[in-house]
Design a protein around this ligand. Structure first.
Ligand code: SAM
Length: 296
């Protein structure tokens, strides 16, 4: 007997209904889990970006499945039809051309629509170029900020990088991850060096899981120089190490921080708080706090 779950409007959803997001390889076709293969084989349809790409994967694993194209251009219009199929009890699998669906790939609008309709959504995890690049970069793995692609045009890209620089000035300290096309890698690295600092440690991860997999590490300036001369072959991920901690305030800036703290705390507590926040020696901050108190 088929069980069902109740939605908010009390119409039952067959328990068989589910949307399952299936991660697929990012290069090496062997990188797919048995559970992922089973989900693709069981689905009433596999929603994919490009049926030619997915059919190769399915053939390699002897999976026969009905494929339906779902990409940026038809996702909005197709979502209601697909949700209706899910509500009727179908199991649909969603893949992208490579890696984890939704990560710089289509699927977000369908997932939102399925969640809103009360359809169970699940995922079979697997390859993802951003996380693999991060783990190989030698840069601090967390916190990290995955940005996806920077704008392709120079002016918009510079504006986006300066927005990130603004977040860093406000305290963001995370390893940054970008997807980039090989022919823009040199200019993107140069723009990052200009906007975030030429000395920032960085890594370029190329052709992950493939025959010519490579990770180059260096400063943004070094990597920009390298890839401006020679365009990388294949797919790349750029990782940039976290912004350095802001320099400890001295002089006027230290006095301002101390005055602000002394306005709400005892002199001793104000000095301790400012020393803690700035990393400056407690004794030195306390001595300056005493001088400021005497002046006022
Ligand atoms: N959904 C995918 C994922 O989970 O990684 C990413 C899809 S996005 C459209 C494609 C971009 O991911 C490429 O331009 C490149 O920046 C990165 N990428 C994908 N496969 C890669 C690989 N094997 N090596 C390096 N970068 C890769």
């Amino acid at each position: 007997m088929e069980t069902s779950v109740e939605t908010d409007d009390a119409s039952p959803i067959p328990s068989s209904a589910s949307l399952i997001l299936v991660a697929t390889p990012i290069g090496n076709l062997g990188d797919i889990s048995p559970r992922a293969c089973a989900a693709l084989a069981e689905a009433s349809a596999v929603l994919c970006e490009d049926t030619r790409v997915t059919s190769k994967l399915l053939a390699r694993h002897s999976i026969s499945a009905t494929m339906l194209a779902l990409h940026d251009h038809n996702e909005e219009s197709e979502a209601p039809r697909l949700v209706a199929r899910l509500l009727a009890g179908e199991k649909l699998a969603l893949v992208s051309d490579a890696g984890t669906p939704l990560v710089s790939d289509p699927g977000y609008r369908l997932v939102r629509a399925a969640i809103a309709a009360g359809v169970p959504v699940s995922a079979i995890p697997g390859p993802n170029a951003a996380v693999m690049a991060l783990t190989l970069s030698g840069l601090p793995p967390h916190p990290f900020m995955f940005h996806g692609f920077l704008p392709p045009k120079a002016v918009a890209r510079a504006a986006e990088i300066s927005r990130i620089a603004g977040m860093e000035a406000a305290g963001l300290s995370a390893t940054l991850i970008f997807y980039e096309s090989p022919h823009r890698t040199g200019e993107a690295l140069a723009a990052l060096a200009k906007g975030l600092g030429a000395d920032r440690p960085a890594a370029v991860a190329r052709e992950l899981t493939k025959r010519f997999e490579e990770v180059r590490r260096g400063t943004l300036a070094e990597l920009a120089a390298l890839y401006s001369e020679q365009e990388p072959r294949g797919e790349v991920v750029l990782c940039v190490g976290p912004a350095p901690p802001p320099a400890a305030p001295t002089g006027v800036a230290l006095d301002e921080a101390l005055r602000a703290a002394m306005a709400r705390l005892s002199l001793r507590d104000a000095a301790a708080t400012v020393a803690e926040a700035t990393g400056l020696p407690r004794k030195r901050v306390y001595a300056r706090a005493l001088e400021l108190a005497a002046e006022e």
